[in-house]
Design a protein around this ligand. Structure first.
Ligand code: G3P
Length: 218
């Protein structure tokens, strides 16, 4: 399973990339707005920090302008995945950008039917938003299960399931059990994955006992 971090915060990305556990980054217009920085500069910088796919989203809504924007974004770095919304125009733009050889992440997916269309449009990634479905009383992880099962039926579907809008570690664990290819995780949740109180307690006990021996390894 690949881990992407869902942020445009350069400090967070640098810190998490140093762990060696980061396979990519996803951004969206809201995350870029939060940084208060220039979109192109931020994206270029992220692409220098991380070798894996970096999603940068178009903001047009018609397919022609989406393709123009996507081509401009794709020129920023070789690891750009252009993000397009799951609309009729978005999928048309997806097909065109894929024909150019550009990675495309189809975002704002909320149904299995939409995910089938994204695969047929040749998306590199489809991003179902689990947290936002949970927020309205629907079953976010149930959707991931459905999409994974459907994609498994068709060998020619090359689209990876990128679980997005993750709110807590259980979303990540459930996604892994279902065989989702990627989880894009907010920095806070990514850090929570490392933590367990028994790890802290056990380490403190080991170190206290070691100190009693008066020895040192180095
Ligand atoms: O990047 C897309 C997605 O992960 C957004 O998540 O928390 O805004 O629903 P959220």
């Amino acid at each position: 399973m690949k881990f992407f971090v869902d942020t445009a915060d350069l400090e967070e990305i640098r810190d998490l990339a140093a762990s060696g556990l980061l396979d990519g980054v996803t951004t969206n217009p809201s995350l870029v707005a939060k940084t208060g920085q220039d979109f192109f500069e931020v994206v270029k910088e992220i692409c220098k920090i991380v070798d894996g796919p970096v999603s940068a989203e178009v903001t047009a809504t018609d397919h022609e302008t989406m393709v123009k924007e996507g081509r401009k974004l794709a020129q920023l770095a070789k690891n750009i995945a252009v993000k397009v919304p799951l609309t009729k125009d978005g999928l048309r733009a997806c097909r065109q950008l894929r024909d150019d050889g550009t990675m495309v992440n189809v975002t704002l997916c909320f149904s299995a039917a939409q995910a089938i269309l994204a695969a047929k449009a040749g998306a590199s990634f489809v991003s179902p938003f689990v947290g936002r479905l949970d927020d309205i009383g629907e079953d976010g992880m149930g959707l991931i299960d459905d999409i994974c099962r459907i994609y498994e039926q068709y060998e020619h579907f090359e689209t990876e399931v990128l679980v997005a809008s993750i709110r807590h570690p259980i979303h990540v664990i459930e996604a892994a059990k279902m065989g989702a290819h990627v989880a894009t995780v907010p920095p806070k949740v990514l850090r929570q994955l490392f933590q367990h109180p028994l790890t802290d307690k056990g380490l403190a006990a080991f170190l206290a006992d070691w100190q009693k021996t008066g020895q040192s390894i180095l």
